[in-house]
Each structure stands twice: as structure tokens, then as C-alpha cells.
Design a binder for this molecule. Structure first.
Ligand code: PLP
Length: 369
């Protein structure tokens, strides 16, 4: 079968999809620019810069002996640990291959071709992608000061809407809304529309800012909270995330889930990571000091940025594409965000102090300041 014939066989909405563009891998930049990998700083994918917790390394080593077996497809031990953590039933937890998987499962379980999914302008790129992959229509609601305009989002929820996505804090803007405001919004959404509250960066918030969103599920059975081990827990490469939901919602996601979507090493590592509160606290502390370092450095350069509640900063550089390329030549990988409607910005992940310094020095050189 020719390529053309293959293309014709796939639905029009799949052919129109532009694939997700991840941050440039270190190895790729090294190959392309003849740089040594050790000289490259990657601040492009909102990863944890610290390396894994020793307890996670031990759990991974111990789990290695079991890789000839399929993983527990129900993830019993990890779900039990999460159920304890959140005071939920084990039937209220869905495990995902990263929280990205949870977002995909939500669209698979709840969107039909022609349905609407509502999200904000400048929202996480996976929402429009997953929506379009189901033949549904994404409604991107204009942002207010780069953040979610909840009144406008509420107004966009028409009869055809089946899912609403909301990241708090939001990527790539770093904007954040207080728990009371989010809860009021959820209460205003019709009960037959699924609200996906994506809290991938929750652990970076000050403890007092963190919403007890799992406690809202009883009152709002149409709420799906998604969380991840990729960020503050430092397991991005293992791909583990989870959804918290009413048992009936969790059941629908589990019906469309691959039977072994979270591998055995990832499950063991996530259990160890969940138990290592000190690692998460230290990640959040390091992030706060990194954000301060970047903010001070950018202010000294006269470069604007959006105050962030995540582990990244949206920086206003002017010509985003040109500055991105020139930073690459200096061995610094950040993330262009023109695909988010932000061509004048770059998103910079908070790294170790020495990595943040490298970025600031490279930016100073590129901007000639
Ligand atoms: C807002 C948001 N949600 C979800 C994810 C998915 O992360 P993961 O699949 O690694 O859990 C990301 C990743 O950057 C994100 O920024």
C-alpha cells in the first residue's frame, strides 16, 4: 500500500494533527552542533534537575529482577499507597503512563467525534492534540493576562461540551488560581461535563496554596484530578501519573486503558518516591530558590517574565525563534512556545543554580547586554 493510500485510510482529523514537539534532547544537540554532551544544559522539558532519590534508585534495582514478568495490570500496591495518601478508595485511582496517559484516557472515554472540549488559550499542548485525535473539536478560550478566564470558559461550555481541561498551575504560562476559585468554577460546570483538573505542578506550590482537590470528588463526581510523578518526584523518564476520580469515572478510564500501561519498574519507583517526602520538599525548595535566581538575573538584564508557580518561567525575549537558536549554539536548550501562541517568549525550566547561571550568561551574550 502506498503512503498516499495509507494517509487516505486515516480519518481527516488524524491527518490534520501536528504531532507534539518535545524539548530537544541533549544527544541531538550534541550531534547537530558538535558539542560535548557534558557541556549542554537542558532547561526545556520541566524536568527535575536533581537526579532521582536514593530510595527510588534502590527500588528500581530491586524491581529489575522481576522484569521477565508482566507488571501488575491493576497496580495494586501503588494504588493502595495513593488511596492512603488521598483518603480515597482504590477504585477511585487510575494509573497512567505519565499523566499524559490520563489526559488521553479522559478523551477516549468521554469524547465522541463532534463533541467539544474546552480549554484556555496557552493551555498545555496535549489538550488540543488528544481532543483532535478523537475527532472532537477543541474550544480554546482567550486567556486573561495569560491565565485562565474562568467566566469565559464557563460561557464556552455549551450543550456540545463533554470535557473541560484546566491546568493549575498552567504550563507554559506558570499562572495559578486559588483553590476557592477553581472549586467555584467546578461547581458551575454541568454535571454531565467532565472537568479534568491537571495538577502536574502541584507539589511546587507553597503548601498553603495546594488545593485539597481530591476531597471535592464526592461533591463533584464529574471531577478528574490528574497528577504526575514526572516533576517534583523526579521520575519523568519512567512515565508514571495518576488520576483521582469518582469510581464510575475511574471505571470508564480503566475500560479504555491498555492492560499494562505502567511498567513494573515504574510502579516500584513511584511507591518509593511517594514515601520520600523529604525529596519532594527539597525539590520544591530548590525550585523556589532557582526561580528567585532566574527572576533576579532576568531583572538585571532588563528582560521581562511571567511570575511562575511551576518549575519553569515564561521569559519575554522578543524574537523567540532567533533567541532559541542562538542559545542552542551556546549549548543551552530551552523551549520555544510559538506553538502556544507565544512567539515572543521562551519557556525556561528551573535547573540547578549552575545551570540557571549558564542560561542567564548565554542570554546576556545573545541579547548583547
Ligand atoms: C500541565 C501538564 N500536564 C501534564 C503533563 C504531562 O506530564 P507527564 O505525562 O510526564 O506526567 C505535563 C508535562 O509537561 C504538563 O506540563
Amino acid at each position: 500500500m502506498s503512503c498516499d493510500a495509507l494517509a487516505l485510510a486515516s480519518p481527516e482529523y488524524v491527518r490534520r494533527l501536528s504531532p507534539y514537539v518535545p524539548g530537544k534532547p541533549i544527544e541531538e544537540l550534541a550531534r547537530e552542533h558538535g558539542l560535548a554532551e557534558g557541556d549542554i544544559v537542558k532547561l526545556a522539558s520541566n524536568e527535575n534537575p536533581r537526579g532521582p532519590s536514593p530510595r527510588v534508585r534502590e527500588a528500581i534495582a530491586a524491581a529489575a529482577a522481576g522484569v521477565t514478568r508482566y507488571p501488575d495490570g491493576n497496580g495494586f500496591a501503588l494504588k493502595t499507597a495513593l488511596a492512603d495518601r488521598f483518603g480515597l478508595g482504590i477504585d477511585q485511582i487510575v494509573l497512567g503512563n505519565g499523566s499524559n496517559d490520563i489526559l488521553e484516557l479522559a478523551t477516549q472515554a468521554f469524547l465522541r467525534p463532534g463533541d467539544h472540549a474546552v480549554y484556555s488559550q496557552h493551555a498545555f499542548a496535549v489538550y488540543p492534540l488528544a481532543t483532535q485525535a478523537r475527532g472532537a473539536t477543541g474550544i480554546a478560550v482567550p486567556a486573561r493576562e495569560l491565565g485562565h478566564d474562568l467566566a469565559a470558559m464557563r460561557a464556552a461550555i455549551t450543550q456540545r461540551a463533554r470535557v473541560v481541561f484546566m491546568a493549575n498551575p498552567n504550563n507554559p504560562t506558570g499562572t495559578w488560581l486559588a483553590a476557592a476559585v477553581i472549586r467555584e468554577f467546578i461547581a458551575s460546570v454541568p454535571s454531565d461535563v467532565l472537568v479534568v483538573l491537571d495538577e502536574a505542578y502541584n507539589e511546587y506550590l507553597e503548601p498553603a496554596q495546594q488545593a485539597n482537590s481530591a476531597e471535592w470528588i464526592d461533591e463533584h463526581p464529574n471531577l478528574l484530578v490528574s497528577r504526575t510523578f514526572s516533576k517534583a518526584y523526579g521520575l519523568a523518564g519512567l512515565r508514571v501519573g495518576y488520576g483521582l476520580a469518582h469510581p464510575a469515572v475511574a471505571e470508564m478510564l480503566n475500560r479504555v486503558r491498555q492492560p499494562f500501561n505502567v511498567n513494573s519498574i515504574a510502579q516500584a519507583a513511584a511507591i518509593a518516591a511517594l514515601a520520600d517526602a523529604a525529596y519532594v520538599e527539597e525539590s520544591a525548595r530548590l525550585n523556589r530558590s532557582g526561580l528567585e535566581q532566574l527572576a533576579e538575573g532576568l531583572a538585571a538584564l532588563g528582560v521581562g517574565f511571567v511570575p511562575s508557580h511551576g518549575n519553569f518561567l515564561l521569559v519575554h525575549v522578543g524574537d523567540g525563534a532567533a533567541v532559541y537558536e542562538q542559545l542552542l549554539r551556546r549549548g543551552v536548550i530551552v523551549r520555544p512556545v510559538a506553538n502556544y501562541g507565544l512567539p515572543e517568549h521562551l519557556r525556561v525550566t528551573v535547573g540547578l543554580a549552575v545551570e540557571n547561571r549558564r542560561f542567564l550568561d548565554a542570554l546576556r551574550a545573545v541579547l548583547g547586554r
